[in-house]
Ligand binder design. Structure first.
Ligand code: NAP
Length: 260
């Protein structure tokens, strides 16, 4: 994929999925700007992404900072800001937890996506990162799921309204990013091993898995209004039967396989 001299803004580009996407865009020739709240983290990320990476402080909860980050115009914008939603059983977090999740995560991502859709060049793209809990029931992640589902409901409508600008989402499953850095190492390893054992692909996500999907969507001018699940097959099955390999086929005298 070629993005030579395309201008790309990654909101949430200083860590995790956004950082991996920024690195991949840069490697594909794009002029990359990363935005997030902490300039310290942006500087560290920018040094790793490479020379000429532009750094902008912006908060998806602050429309003025988003407008200013978007002011110079972009060909592609990725919204991957890791705004926390409230975890826990719905009856425990209650309406307050739901409201906090919707106003923080859903509204923040929605605001950034709306402003980006108006700022990118016609034919350009906006890709917002949602999450597996929006489509698949995950106990203790109800409000997170509600926030993701809200964004995913917005995507096709906005895509229809702002075409030829394209709007899409990628929905990650559990992906090993800085979002889990606060969990002690042993506990984190157990969490990932447990999740991996329940996935058809047998592993949790790497940020690079998501970056590949984001670049594929940005590069393809015929994709809009979609949500691409990049989750290792989460929810396809919670019960993995052992795979029975067929016995070695018997051969007839003529050499063709005998089908029983
Ligand atoms: N990792 C997973 O397992 C997983 C699964 C499903 C969905 N997701 C979704 O994927 C997206 C990215 O998550 P991640 O795992 O890559 O997270 P991450 O490694 O924690 O990175 C989050 C990035 O967003 C920035 N950010 C956080 N709050 C922000 C705000 N209010 N305004 C602007 N930037 C903000 C952070 O920098 P600052 O803190 O400096 O602002 C950082 O650059 C999130 O929407 C998350 O919900 C992740």
């Amino acid at each position: 994929m070629e993005f030579t001299n395309d201008r790309v803004l990654v909101l949430g580009g200083s860590s995790g999925i956004g950082f991996a996407a920024a690195k991949a865009f840069k490697a594909a020739g794009a002029l990359v700007t990363i935005a997030a709240r902490s300039m310290d983290r942006l500087e560290m990320a920018g040094a790793e992404i490479g020379a000429e990476t532009r750094l902008v402080v912006a908060d998806v909860g602050d429309p003025a900072s988003l407008t200013s980050a978007l002011a110079e115009g972009f060909d592609h914008v990725v919204v991957s800001a890791g705004v926390a939603a409230v975890p826990g059983p719905l009856v425990e977090i209650g309406a307050d937890g739901i409201a906090e999740s919707l106003t923080g995560k859903a509204l923040g991502q929605a605001q950034a996506t709306l402003l980006a859709a108006q700022a990118v060049e016609p034919g350009g793209s906006v890709t917002v990162v949602t999450g597996v809990a929006g489509r698949k029931p995950l106990s203790g992640m109800g409000a997170v799921g509600m926030a993701n589902a809200a964004i995913e409901a917005m995507v096709p409508v906005l895509a229809a309204e702002v075409g030829p600008t394209r709007v899409n989402a990628v929905s990650p499953g559990l992906t090993n990013t800085g979002a889990y850095a606060a969990i002690p190492q042993v506990e984190r390893n157990n969490l990932f091993a447990n999740a991996a054992s329940r996935l058809p692909v047998g592993r949790v996500g790497d940020p690079a898995d998501l970056a590949k999907a984001i670049l594929a969507i940005a590069a393809n001018s015929f994709i809009t209004g979609t949500v691409l699940e990049v989750d290792g097959g989460a929810g396809l099955s919670t019960n993995r039967p052992s795979v029975r390999r067929p016995e070695k086929p018997a051969f007839s005298a003529k050499g063709s396989a005998v089908v029983h």
